[in-house]
Design a binder for this molecule. Structure first.
Ligand code: SAM
Length: 351
């Protein structure tokens, strides 16, 4: 196979996994998406063939003590009806998901102080005891090292915590002053140190984001070396201070997925719900740009509309676990195979 790319910057990124900031900045907005996506597809095939891994997403609480300026479940949003799933609810989601074929369950929620270490460890322990062949991923925000360790010891395998932006100045524009990028980074490095498979990422097109910020995000990820990288377009939520900002660009998002695939060929990169929300074929386009994970929603349908991070979030279409067959067929039409597998990250080859 001819693996030479006419663009010297793309060729460099393809062959060495690294490129100077100026090249990364240019590739983020490149019009030659055919070349970028073909390069990404070669790397994806080398590591993961045509496989797409699934994770059953359980959005188990929309209570949150934080006030991230972009997020619809922020504490200050009094228009959100709040809910919490019980342990039996969560176990029922896992049972249904296991039957469909999911071998990873992602427990995601706001930073809800109700879920103490004791309560959450008990839930993780019970899921792992009932489904020992499955991975449990947590995505419950910033906690202490001690808390992360307890959850790991209870059986949690993976942790998702987006850094959101690697620029301290930009971080301060997206979050209240009680939150800091420093603490976010502390959490990420501690999670790695404890032994979790760690996922990070950022929103594309968040308010005040510059092209340089995106390059900084890529460089920060080189430092962190995450196993999973989740990115998606920023989408406004009407009841937040950013309700009138414009949404992120799908083109930048897809280009960034391809760039991430080239920089982190062994990473697990989801085609996110936000990508599926911004365009009806967004997730499928994510797969062709290099994404290899999809996270269908397993939450009980009664609460799905309440976990609204942004306006018009998908909650009843093919992103829902019930439409798994449809998702499989769409992926197959593009040459991909949705598999029933834990989907752990492959080791990076260092030839
Ligand atoms: N509380 C946990 C945390 O902070 O990591 C997990 C839940 S949080 C709501 C999950 C992710 O949703 C965030 O990391 C953020 O990137 C994304 N998100 C929140 N609001 C969004 C918006 N308006 N548009 C796009 N993504 C958004």
């Amino acid at each position: 196979m001819n693996t030479h790319f006419n663009d010297s910057g793309l060729e460099l990124l393809f062959s060495t996994r690294r490129a100077p900031a100026s090249v990364l900045g240019r590739l983020i907005d490149t019009e030659d998406t055919d070349a970028l996506f073909s390069a990404a597809m070669i790397r994806r095939r080398e590591y993961y063939g045509n496989k797409i891994y699934t994770r059953g997403l359980i959005e188990f609480t929309n209570h949150c003590k934080n006030n991230c300026l972009y997020c619809g479940i922020r504490a200050a949003n009094k228009n959100t009806e709040r809910y919490r799933l019980t342990k039996p609810d969560i176990l029922e989601c896992c049972r249904a998901g296991y039957e469909i074929g999911f071998r990873t369950f992602v427990l995601q929620g706001g930073e809800d102080t109700y879920f103490t270490d004791g309560i959450l460890c008990d839930i993780v322990y019970d899921i792992k005891s009932s489904y020992p062949d499955c991975a449990v991923t947590l995505s419950v925000g910033e906690r202490s090292r001690e808390s992360y360790k307890k959850l790991f010891d209870a059986g949690a395998d993976r942790y998702l915590l987006r850094h959101e932006t690697a620029s301290p100045g930009h971080y301060a524009k997206l979050h209240p002053s009680v939150m800091s990028l420093e603490n976010r980074k502390r959490c990420l490095f501690e999670l790695k140190d404890i032994g979790y498979q760690v996922g990070s990422g950022f929103m594309v097109g968040s308010p005040y984001q510059t092209l340089d910020n995106l390059v900084e995000d890529l460089l920060f990820l080189c430092e962190l070396k995450p196993d999973m990288i989740g990115i998606g377009p920023f989408l406004p939520h009407k009841d937040t201070p950013f309700g009138d900002f414009k949404k992120g660009s799908i083109k930048r998002c897809l280009n960034l997925i391809a760039i991430l695939r080239l920089m982190f060929p062994n990473a697990l990169i989801p085609a996110t719900t936000a990508l599926g929300t911004i365009a009806p074929d967004g997730r499928e386009r994510g797969f062709t740009a290099g994404a290899n994970v999809v996270m269908p929603n397993l939450s009980p349908s009664s609460v799905r509309r309440l976990y609204t991070l942004y306006d018009n979030k998908l909650c009843t279409g093919t992103e829902a676990a019930e439409h798994y067959g449809e998702l499989k067929a769409k992926a197959a039409g593009l040459g991909f195979e949705v598999v029933s597998d834990r989907g752990d990250a492959k080791a990076l080859r260092t030839e």
